[in-house]
Design a protein around this ligand. Structure first.
Ligand SMILES: [Zn+2]
Length: 238
């Protein structure tokens, strides 16, 4: 498995690593990585690897077998040999925008407390699909509430529970389309706010800002009808 450095510290822009293996498709697996692998609607990170013999652009990262992360080169180029030490660098501006959008979407699921059936995260905007028959009535009021939550400057932290604890608290799971990351017997929870001032608490394997103040003001785009029980709500960073 690949050690997921971004999970404990989403602010790592650079880190060393060692090439553990190369895939048949020309992907690179490191022993540890700061590259988030595409999942949960959040795109994989781009960036580059540098080693004594060269440099290669990484277009994105995906999940491989056995909890590995596969880095996919942006163009055909010589790969670092297995065993070689590398420095990894992610495109930080893009990733930080993903973190802002991702964290804002958690809060969107707070102001629209309906089951989430899908979602997508980009560098400028993100969206959630909600299982709801009627569109929200007052978009401007939702936008104001969302921005008020963001402006609370909530700390965003992670904690771990066992799978049995999650099963005993099924209401923690709001996002039906993305199953909580499981496997190791424990589940990562992401908490926005603290103690009695917790605004959101749900299982998530993504990358988040450390404080909601980093999100800045957001605007809501038009609310789309994507089926009789599906409303798509888009938010945009300013
Ligand atoms: Zn999340």
């Amino acid at each position: 498995m690949t050690v997921l450095l971004f999970r404990d510290d989403a602010y790592l822009r650079d880190a060393p690593g060692q090439v553990a293996s190369l895939t048949d498709e020309g992907g690179i697996v490191l022993d540890q990585t700061i590259f988030y692998a595409t999942s949960g609607g959040q795109p994989g990170d781009s960036g580059q690897l540098v080693w004594s013999g060269g440099t290669i652009r990484i277009a994105t990262a995906i999940k491989g077998e056995g909890d590995t992360v596969i880095l996919l080169p942006a163009e055909p180029a010589p790969l670092p040999p297995v065993g070689s030490p590398v420095m990894q660098h992610i495109d930080w501006d893009r990733r930080h925008r993903h973190m802002r959008v991702h964290t804002a979407l958690h809060l969107l699921s707070v102001v629209i407390p309906m089951p989430v059936t899908g979602g997508s995260i980009g560098a400028d905007k993100g969206r959630l699909d909600f299982d709801m028959a009627e569109p929200p009535e007052d978009k401007d009021a939702l936008e104001e509430t969302l921005n008020r939550l963001i402006a609370c400057n909530f700390a965003v932290t992670q904690e771990w529970i066992t799978e049995a604890e999650l099963d005993a608290n099924p209401t923690l799971v709001k996002t039906l389309s993305v199953r909580p990351p499981r496997g190791s017997g424990r589940v990562r929870l992401v908490r926005i706010g603290q103690g009695e001032d917790t605004a959101d608490l749900q299982p998530c394997g993504g990358t988040h800002v450390a404080n909601t103040s980093e999100i800045g003001r957001v605007t809501l785009g038009k609310i789309e009808n994507k089926g009789k029980q599906n409303r798509r709500v888009t938010l945009l960073l300013s």
